[in-house]
Design a binder for this molecule. Structure first.
Ligand SMILES: Cc1cc2nc3c(=O)[nH]c(=O)nc-3n(C[C@H](O)[C@H](O)[C@H](O)COP(=O)(O)O)c2cc1C
Length: 326
């Protein structure tokens, strides 16, 4: 497949799982894929980290053949370092590389990376050019993920997107909130529409897709090529199959408790396989909390789960919650 075909494979009416540090790890990405997600992206990986502590950083980027197409996201503030990071990442044979220009977290922006790059578009352009240079001669596309701007007084996503296109990005992904908004307020989908109307490369629409209706609206209102879902997948990996079913039939796909339980236990099993039981049980707490939200008896189950380090107790509690007590 050449680059053009690859870009089309990634962006033609697809559903992407957003990179969510601490959530969409290898186990959860596998669960999303098994439930209908089309495109997966790693959690963000530090370009400096790849240079100084390669093995640890690469843990965030692990995937297997079944998870393709798979992108690895890198972040940093220095074009040279980002190019070196891209070179290291390329050895993992991802289907595309994504540059994080949207992360609002203090630790990241104070280094001039993530959404801080929205304030320094020239450096952002240099980064995109440097990474693109590494990808020249390969068929690996480059995507750039960014926000509306730094704050409400400096909304610049349209100019910024045009600059990234000029610098060599093959795909743009916009989360139309400013850095100052963090995750508050509502994302402004009009900005996605505007970007799509003005660039020549595919645009991925991201922000506030919580259900099937939102997904349909995102496509219709913005004309975006594909959609990306973040918080809406937390505790709800069934959202992908539901969206596809809804877009095809205008009907709601019901997932029963047994199916839910099966998926949750699969997730638990994979987490243990990849991270070992002790770490997996600790990290699964937030996932299990998301899965059991809004379910009758969920609060009692969460109390037991959060107080337990015993796999059998956790599995029994989940069985009781999803199968017996309803
Ligand atoms: C817990 C969490 C972790 C995130 N980690 C990343 C990340 O590693 N890289 C990135 O580009 N965006 C990250 N984001 C932003 C999301 O990818 C997405 O752009 C944002 O949540 C908006 O989409 P949503 O409204 O569907 O959640 C993160 C968001 C959350 C809530």
């Amino acid at each position: 497949m050449n680059r053009v075909q690859k870009i089309s494979e990634l962006t033609n009416q697809k559903i992407w799982v957003a990179p969510l540090a601490g959530v969409t790890d290898k186990a959860y990405r596998a669960i999303c894929k098994a439930n209908g997600a089309d495109v997966l992206v790693s959690e963000m990986v530090s370009a400096d980290g790849l240079f100084y502590a390669k093995e640890k950083s690469l843990e965030y980027a692990q995937f297997n053949e079944k998870q393709r197409p798979f992108g690895i996201q890198i972040f940093g503030n220095d074009p040279k370092m980002m190019a070196q990071g891209a070179e290291i990442i390329l050895q993992e044979k991802p289907d595309f590389i994504d540059i994080n220009m949207g992360c609002p977290v203090k630790k990241v922006v104070k280094r001039g990376a993530g959404s801080a790059l929205m304030k320094t578009p020239k450096i952002a352009m240099e980064i995109t050019k440097a990474v693109k240079q590494v990808l020249s001669g390969t068929d690996v596309p480059l995507s750039v993920k960014f926000r509306a701007g730094w704050d409400m007084d400096s909304i610049n996503c349209l100019e910024y997107g045009l600059m990234m296109q000029e610098a060599g990005a093959d795909i743009l992904c916009l989360h139309p909130r400013t850095r100052s908004q963090m995750f508050s307020g509502k994302s402004n989908w009009t900005l996605i529409k505007e970007l799509k109307a003005n660039v020549e490369i595919p645009v991925i629409g991201n922000g506030d897709i919580w259900n099937v209706e939102d997904a349909k609206q995102m496509f219709e209102q913005t004309g975006c090529d594909s959609i990306m879902i973040g918080r809406g997948v937390m505790g709800n990996p069934w959202i992908f199959a539901k969206i596809k079913y809804f877009l095809e039939t205008a009907k709601i796909l019901e997932i029963d408790n047994e199916q839910m339980l099966q998926t949750i236990l699969q997730h638990l099993e994979l987490a243990i396989k990849y991270k070992g039981e002790t770490r997996a049980l600790r990290e699964m707490r937030s996932h299990l909390s998301n899965y059991t939200k809004g379910i009758q008896g969920g609060s009692r189950a969460r109390k037991i789960i959060n107080g337990s380090t015993d796999l059998e107790t956790i599995v029994t509690t989940l069985n009781n919650l999803f199968l017996m007590e309803r």
